[in-house]
Design a protein around this ligand. Structure first.
Ligand SMILES: Cc1cc2nc3c(=O)[nH]c(=O)nc-3n(C[C@H](O)[C@H](O)[C@H](O)COP(=O)(O)OP(=O)(O)OC[C@H]3O[C@@H](n4cnc5c(N)ncnc54)[C@H](O)[C@@H]3O)c2cc1C
Length: 644
């Protein structure tokens, strides 16, 4: 078939679309200039049978070529009003007066997200920060140039009290939970401004837990301000080239000055939000003979402001901005500290212990990001399913497609409840209302929630992108950024393995008390569900999994450190799955729960809830398994040269 004939067939096909013809006939005809210029392929149309039809329709050529069908895009709705689990959770937990007030604010904020903030977030993604190292006259300036939308995010964060809410404690212990809900709604639209907010929140928490000493009162006021002109953000500089997971290798040294301050000398390998106003960082004090104390015992915590009153950097050189897979909106840099003036704010040698409060907060922020990303991709995916046709019907009418999204929904609801639980416990602790059991649970659940939800977010967001078909892969839909950004949730603030080891540490340090708290809280949560006919089977399955976990803990405790270490990841997953199961069942047993709440809890309990028990039975943690794992990984690797 000649090219002209092919064109003719294509155009006929287009014309036969009745709807399209009708629309076109009612459209005003634009001035089209010379026909041959617009229709080069059929300029010589005497022998071209469709030309008369085209003439009659006055069809603009470009429209004919690209076709008439355009898929309607998924629209972002009011994320507060559309979130069934969030609504029912708040209704179940908040006192009615607080619920009323807070709901109004969250509704308003969510509308602002749709009308203003979401577009700013996209702008941040499209205009990543740049480093301008020198000015026109060759002077080193190290300016980090961020877009106006990024700056606007800082103002919005202050206006909305995204940090202040938690520290004003207007609603007592509920203030923390309400702040977390607001951040959860904000996260996917924030252009990753949530990253500096996480560290800002962490810094405020550290300062508050140190009793807000006089030299830090000003900083605390800035960090928790609702006034955009006063609001500060903070960094958290822990990672050096030798390690982020293992801060023992920290090389930065701190020299005591006559005025009692210290100057810092070192190289920070990852510093996000380098445009922040202040930071907390670790350094090793050095005496006049150049001696330092090695190990984490030699590390202290330091406070410094990044720029002086004239805007000059405080003994800091920005070496370069990192070229990252995602979180491109965030200026993550490598910094040389070359005499940065700082204040030691922990007792000497207690740096790691003192910064742990910051890690609790940033890990909860990570969980916020995980739950928020899952929610966003699902809500957009279900919107799309109601607009996209395939095989003669909407995607929402293909049960297999909806089953796929429903599985994501179960995961997202579980993650949300685990997030709320840690926020609730944190709120209680911050207002001195936490029992001993609450405190142990918070210690245990913070790393569990971070590691589990970070991993699940990546899986759910990836599945979510697939639910858009090819469009999920297209950069200009904004969807791929969700996936790129989700990858970081498993890495920063502690990787999955490092946090699993932290879970073990919490068990050992508390001499098992965190586990006793876990077992008892889980059993309590399951009580009501055991009495509900639709839920009792699932509650019993969860209790059985809890029993398996208890058995594993008893056995593994006798087998020594390396056995426990090898099981750490599966152990943490088991804690997460069992606890989420109990949270879903507790929620479903609430008299105000819906049928979908019950269905969701039942679905959760149908998975393997105690993977550590099964893996132990198959010998996964034995010393032989350790050897075989290594052989499997390094088989034929030139590194081993046949020796393992
Ligand atoms: C975008 C981005 C921004 C960042 N921003 C900051 C920031 O602002 N401030 C900051 O301080 N840091 C920041 N980081 C650094 C981040 O926190 C670290 O990269 C992270 O904690 C991992 O540390 P590492 O890179 O040293 O990895 P490594 O410690 O080298 O780990 C490599 C791998 O080995 C595994 N592993 C290590 N030790 C063990 C073990 N004992 N048992 C089992 N497995 C183990 C880890 O799980 C990991 O998979 C940022 C990182 C990224 C990607």
């Amino acid at each position: 078939m000649s090219r002209r004939m092919q064109m003719s067939k294509f155009l006929l096909g287009q014309i036969s679309a009745k709807l399209w013809c009708r629309n076109l006939l009612h459209q005003p005809v634009r001035s089209m200039g010379s026909k041959s210029a617009l229709f080069p392929a059929i300029a010589n149309a005497a022998d071209y049978p469709q030309q008369a039809v085209l003439e009659e329709l006055k069809m603009p050529f470009s429209r004919a070529m690209i076709g008439n069908f355009f898929q309607e895009r998924p629209k972002l709705g009011n994320q507060f009003l559309e979130d069934a689990m969030l609504q029912s959770y708040l209704k179940r937990h908040l006192p009615p007066v607080v619920l009323e007030e807070v709901s109004q604010d969250l509704d308003r904020f969510s509308q602002r997200l749709v009308e203003e903030i979401d577009a700013l977030g996209r702008e941040c993604e499209l205009n990543p920060p740049k480093l301008q190292q020198y000015d026109a006259w060759g002077r080193r300036v190290d300016d980090i140039v961020t877009c106006s939308a990024w700056k606007r995010m800082k103002n919005i964060s202050a206006e909305e009290g995204l940090i202040a809410e938690a520290y004003e404690r207007k609603y007592s212990s509920w203030s923390r939970l309400i702040q977390v809900v607001k951040l959860y709604l904000y996260f996917p639209s924030s252009g990753f401004f949530n990253c500096p907010l996480a560290m800002t929140d962490g810094a405020a928490k550290v300062i508050e837990s140190l009793g807000t000493p006089t030299p830090l009162q000003n900083a605390f006021r800035h960090l928790t301000s609702r006034n955009p002109n006063h609001f500060w953000t903070s960094g958290q500089w822990m990672t050096e080239r030798r390690g982020g997971s293992d801060v023992e290798g920290t090389e930065t040294v701190a020299r005591l000055q006559e005025d009692g301050t210290h100057t810092l000398h070192g190289y920070k390998w990852f510093t996000s939000a380098t445009d922040s106003d202040m930071t907390l960082t670790l350094g090793r004090t050095i005496d006049e003979h150049g001696n330092t104390v090695q190990g984490t015992r030699g590390l202290s915590l330091f406070y410094l402001e990044l720029r002086d009153a004239e805007g000059k950097l405080n003994g800091i050189e920005v070496q370069r901005l990192k070229d990252k897979l995602g979180t491109r909106q965030v200026p993550t840099a490598e910094l040389l500290l070359d005499g940065a003036k700082s204040l030691m704010i922990s007792p000497e040698g207690r740096g790691v212990a003192s910064i742990s409060n910051m890690l609790t907060i940033t890990r909860i922020h990570n969980t916020i990001g995980a739950a928020g990303s899952m929610r966003r991709v699902i809500n957009l995916g279900r919107e799309y399913a109601a607009k996209r046709f395939a095989f003669g019907k909407l995607l929402q009418d293909h049960p297999l497609h909806i089953q796929t999204i429903a599985r994501m929904e179960v995961e997202a609801r579980g993650a949300f409840l685990l997030l709320m639980e840690t926020a609730r416990l944190l709120g209680l602790e911050e207002t001195n209302l936490a029992t001993e059991q609450d405190q142990h649970l918070l210690r245990l659940l913070t790393p569990v929630a971070k590691l589990y939800t970070g991993k699940q977010a990546l899986a759910v967001v990836s599945e979510g992108l697939e639910s858009f078909g090819g469009q999920g892969y297209m950069e200009d839909t904004g969807l791929p950024a969700l996936l790129r950004d989700a990858q970081v949730l498993t890495i920063w603030e502690g990787t999955t393995n490092i946090l699993s080891l932290d879970v073990l540490r919490s068990v050992i340090k508390s001499q098992g008390q965190v586990l006793t708290a876990f077992f008892s809280a889980t059993e309590d949560k399951l009580q009501a569900a055991l009495e509900v006919p639709d839920l009792s089977k699932s509650a019993n399955i969860t209790l059985q999994a809890l029993q398996q976990l208890k058995e594993f803990t008893k056995n593994a405790g006798l087998k020594g450190g390396s056995y426990m270490e090898l099981s750490a990841r599966d152990f943490s997953y088991s804690l997460a799955k069992i606890y989420i199961g109990s949270l879903l069942l507790e929620h479903a047993a609430w008299p105000g729960a819906s049928d979908t709440d019950k269905y969701c809890a039942q679905r959760w309990s149908q998975q393997e809830l105690c993977p550590v028990y099964k893996a132990e039975a198959s010998g996964s943690y034995n010393s032989e398994a350790q050897v075989l794992d290594k052989q499997l990984v390094y088989e034929r690797s030139p590194l081993t040269k046949g020796k393992l």
